[in-house]
Design a binder for this molecule. Structure first.
Ligand code: OVM
Length: 400
């Protein structure tokens, strides 16, 4: 009798960290999804999953698919991490439970309620200026400008670090991939940004009243050490800037290329709270993360041996036709809940409410003022090993 369990998974010969793939990942996702529920990427000696069911099941199973060996290609069990591991992203329970619990106290709905009016005000001022300008760069002038106006101040970071913050995040997200040319370029340039970011996380350099200081107050209460507090503040810098910037930028591009969706939103502004999730489903800023199998584990009749790195294609899962009808359609009326653009399970994005609020106030500023978001040039992508990032986005805001 034939035993079909634990058949070897199909191999795929695409360089998923090559320029062609990263420049247009969506052109290649079908091949990954159709290869099977689990496949091998022999070039990197890893397994992969690109269907919604297996991606979300694997994200949920934090015991068999651990984060503490790194969520990049590098296996912390055998390789020196690129930087001291994140105490949130790159940990498992019980450590993760403790650090995530204390960070949840800092990034609370109560905090956001207090910030909303101020952020709306900033967004209104920024957008008003941009409409007068008419032609703008959607990345530089809005998607970067807005988070940089509000987020470093919310953390209480020292002034003047914008360029360092941008480079630090790009280098961090590149470091989850292989040591290719894309990694090398930002890494070679990153030393001053890393030094700035490290020093910015020290208690003495954080402004009073910010989320950074609040993390140290949790340390004073005995929930973590002072050294851990600094590293937890570092997570705000790593995960809170480039993610929202490119989420906003990709959303602006989504509307610029789907003018009927912008008109629909202007007709039905009550949809504004749901729009960002559909934008992330349709174009996920964080395209991929790895997990590492902590034991021999079977997924969809495929044996995944202990120690295997598994690359989860979040963005491909978010367009899996097995899960979504017309997945290629950007449709702000669809129910996008269940998308894995913020991850899933115990590591699901800590800052998702912050990101949604940023999108909500930016849209809130644009909706009454802008009749049409017009694409007036070629968008330029910045290749990154993890992020679907935009370098520039030539737009014209047509005043309502
Ligand atoms: C962190 C971290 C870094 C990058 C991404 C991320 C998306 C978290 O340092 O905790 O989550």
């Amino acid at each position: 009798m034939q035993d079909n369990s634990a058949a070897a998974p199909p191999s795929i010969d695409i360089d998923v960290f090559g320029d062609a793939f990263l420049a247009d990942p969506y052109a290649h996702h079908d091949v990954l999804r159709e290869a099977g529920p689990v496949f091998q990427l022999p070039q990197y000696g890893v397994y992969g999953m690109a269907r919604h069911q297996e991606v979300s099941a694997t994200l949920k199973d934090w015991e068999c698919f651990v984060s503490s060996r790194g969520v990049g290609l590098s296996d912390f069990a055998v390789e020196e991490p690129w930087r001291p591991p994140s105490l949130l992203l790159e940990t498992d329970p019980p450590v993760h439970h403790r650090t995530r619990g204390l960070m949840n106290q800092v990034v609370s709905l109560l905090e956001l309620r207090d910030l909303k009016a101020r952020w709306q005000d900033e967004a209104d001022k920024l957008v008003e200026g941009l409409i007068t300008q008419r032609r703008i760069d959607g990345v530089l002038d809005l998607a970067q400008a807005f988070p940089l106006r509000i987020f470093p101040a919310t953390i209480g970071l020292p002034d003047g670090g914008d360029d360092h913050l941008l480079l630090y995040a790009m280098a961090t997200f590149n470091a989850f991939g292989p040591r290719n040319q894309i990694f090398q370029q930002t890494n070679d340039a990153a030393a001053p940004a890393i030094a700035w970011a490290t020093s910015a996380c020290e208690r003495a350099n954080l402004k009073p009243g910010g989320w950074g200081e609040k993390v140290f107050v949790q340390a004073d209460a005995g929930l973590c050490s002072q050294e851990e507090a600094a590293r937890l503040v570092r997570s705000f810098l790593s995960a809170g800037i480039d993610t929202t910037i490119n989420g906003l930028a990709n959303m602006l591009l989504a509307f610029a290329s789907h003018p009927e969706q912008w008109r629909k939103l202007r007709d039905r502004p009550e949809l504004v709270k749901r729009v960002f999730d559909e934008a992330l489903r349709w174009d996920s800023t964080v395209q991929t993360f790895f997990r590492t199998a902590s034991c021999d584990v079977e997924v969809a009749n495929t044996l995944i041996p202990e120690g295997t790195k598994v690359l989860l294609f979040l963005a491909a899962a978010n367009r899996d036709p097995r899960r979504w009808s017309d997945p290629e359609l950007f449709d702000i009326e669809r129910n996008a809940s269940g998308h894995v653009g913020f991850g899933y399970g115990i590591h699901q994005c800590l800052g998702q409410m912050v990101a949604r609020l940023e999108a909500e106030v930016v849209l809130g500023a644009l909706l009454p003022r802008v009749a049409e978001i017009r694409l007036v040039g070629e968008p330029r992508r910045t290749l990154n090993n993890t992020l679907h990032a935009l370098g520039s986005l030539p737009l014209e805001f047509v005043r309502a």
